[in-house]
Design a protein around this ligand. Structure first.
Ligand code: ZN
Length: 96
């Protein structure tokens, strides 16, 4: 695996989103490549710092209530499609 490819996959690896094949590939690379390993460790540090509970702030209940009541006041959203799939398909065929 190239450093460029490893760099592309580092975030996904830190987030545990890679499949087994890519995990073993990137782990092999990290064992051999000091620079990518440094980046990987930095990402791990960054990730763990975001888990710090002091960064989280619970909104006061007055704010939660205001948001909830404003949602009830809004008019229902019009979800009627502006154009049917058939009309879209016809329009696309006209172009060709
Ligand atoms: Zn590398």
């Amino acid at each position: 695996m190239s450093c460029q490819r490893a760099q592309e996959l580092l975030n996904s690896h830190v987030d545990g989103e890679l499949d087994g094949f890519h995990v073993s590939e990137i782990e092999q690379h990290l064992d051999q490549c000091h620079d990518c390993k440094l980046d990987y460790n930095s990402l791990l540090d960054l990730r763990s710092s975001f888990k710090d509970k002091s960064l989280y702030y619970r909104a006061p209940s007055s704010l939660q209530n205001r948001i909830r009541s404003s949602l009830h006041e809004e008019a229902p959203v019009d979800v009627t499609p502006r154009m049917t799939l058939r009309a879209l398909s016809n329009r696309r065929n006209e172009g060709s």
